[in-house]
Design a protein around this ligand. Sequence first.
Ligand code: PMP
Length: 450
Amino acid sequence: MTPQPSPQAGAAVKAADRAHVFHSWSAQELIDPLAVAGAKGSYFWDYEGKRYLDFSSGLVYTNIGYQHPKVVAAIQEQAARMTTFAPAFAVEARSEAARLIAERTPGDLDKIFFTNGGADAVEHALRMARLHTGRPKVLSAYRSYHGGTQQAVNVTGDPRRWASDSGTAGVVHFWAPFLYRSRFYAETEEQECARALEHLETTIAFEGPGTIAAIVLETIPGTAGIMMPPAGYLAGVREICDKYGIVFVLDEVMAGFGRTGTWFAAGLYDVVPDLMTFAKGVNSGYVPLGGVAISGEIAATFAERPYPGGLTYSGHPLACAAAVATINVMAEEGVVEHAARLGAEVVEPALRELAERHPSVGEVRGTGMFWALELVKDRETREPLVPYNATGQAAAPMSAFAASAKAHGLWPFVNMNRTHVVPPCNITEAELKEGLAALDTALSVADEYT
Ligand code: PMP
């Protein structure tokens, strides 16, 4: 039952939260979490009855929105039949989820190792790569996010790494392409691509090709800014990996399962990695689940020799039943095609039109239901609307933007000087238009800081 919105009930929830919940990535006394009473489809609401259109899909994971009845029913059925069972056994929900995922992954990524989320998927992918190659190092991009556990945060590039970085030997960061803020003085996508590949190969030469187990990249970096890789970049990385015997890991935790208007973003670039991580959209986050899709060659490494790693809840039946139902809903309801079509026909033209009218919008980029607006003080210099990693007063322009969006019933995704338009992939056209109108209003607030 959805709790009835009541300010008193909300106050009790909030008081217990403030007393006992230790929140992620937060200064505990400086936060003011909204007490949420319920959620359905693309909306959630608080205990005052105020409703928000969720343009952030939670943390970019509710790809089929909240409380999809078929997925809720599948979880209930699985709970009644077999709530849990240890990973060493063959269990219907688990094997069916693996089959449905393997059917959709590119190439021969046909074996699925299940985890509880994205970070542990990255941990295991890197462990598999090191064991497969017998090499110690991993290369990853500065503009990236791969998760909050130790190894995943070490390979992450964004500032969330800083405080937890153990300086683990064997993690080397490099620059992936991003023409708008090119590190390579490039003026065209072709130049950016060629120079980024040359930089990667030089990094490998100086690190020692025989020491590098893996290159890990988000197919389209998500949290770091939805930077669409130029044509040819990922294929170029694939070639470099083949040349030096390096395992190519694509992290599709955010970009996978319909987000980009394809099942996996790798499909947009016609590239097949050796390992691919997933989580979030696999079951819209209804029950925690992630995993690694493994190529035949890497799976063979562990054919006769044990894979040294596992998790008590690996392939949890409730999570897998939710994945089976989610994937079936996405297929039956054409959610992936819907995201591709509305992305191209509604979101992209609307965001480009907003960019024309709002001086704070420096760049629009994305695909499907995966879009970023890069907000700037000055379009000529491209100075970000707030400085890199700004907090508190320094981040005021973005806070003012977010406050305006929320006041107009839109829950935005905000990170540094960007807002991402990442609603559920099955959002309706009318809902999108409602959200885009609120975004228009909030951008006028951002414009005041240009
Ligand atoms: N990889 C990517 C690309 C992500 O976006 C995230 C989460 N935002 C993670 C890994 C970590 O996933 P989780 O939070 O489920 O551990």
